[in-house]
Design a protein around this ligand. Structure first.
Ligand code: MG
Length: 171
């Protein structure tokens, strides 16, 4: 069961994910979470660094779709200026949005990575749907109300897995 909660890879931030490396591994698409993965959950717009990250992916023909459990307004206001497709109210960890998005990107599962900061939604959802998953350290440790409960459980799971030697990164 714990296997489904383990990411394939962990990075400190989205900026540690480089298009050339992805290409080397045959990756042509990214499904990424928004809140605390791309920007802090209470930051409305993309930062210049994020805009640049999206541009670099585009330069390398890597398609990016934002999938968020957050509301339409939040996801739309953030995503539209970037010109990137997005899904709001995605109900992660259910796999529907992941599957539909992969079809829309016209890619196969093994050419897509799933990125996010939460184990119980992003990583579990990506793993259940059969994708390669990358966990990023949350940008800020605070959270919207909805995710606060998840975080508590998540911290317990992480410390359990750390004790068992299943994960090696530090928080
Ligand atoms: Mg998040």
């Amino acid at each position: 069961m714990f296997k489904l909660l383990l990411p394939n890879q962990h990075v400190n931030s989205i900026f540690d994910i480089h298009p050339a490396e992805l290409q080397k591994n045959g990756i042509k698409g990214i499904i990424t979470d928004l809140d605390n993965t791309l920007v802090a959950w209470d930051v409305k717009d993309a930062t210049p660094e994020i805009t640049e990250w999206f541009r670099r992916m585009d330069d390398h023909n890597i398609k990016v779709t934002i999938i968020s459990n957050n509301k339409m307004e939040r996801v739309k206001i953030f995503s539209e200026p970037l010109g990137t497709p997005f899904v709001f109210s995605a109900r992660k960890p259910l796999s529907h949005a992941y599957k539909r998005t992969t079809q829309e990107m016209e890619l196969s599962k093994d050419a897509v990575v799933v990125i996010g900061d939460q184990i119980l939604t992003d990583i579990l959802g990506g793993n259940l749907a059969g994708f390669y998953t990358i966990l990023v350290t949350p940008i800020v440790q605070t959270d919207g109300k909805v995710t606060r409960f998840n975080r508590k459980i998540e911290r317990k799971i992480l410390s359990y897995m750390r004790r068992k030697g299943k994960i090696t990164w530090e928080e």
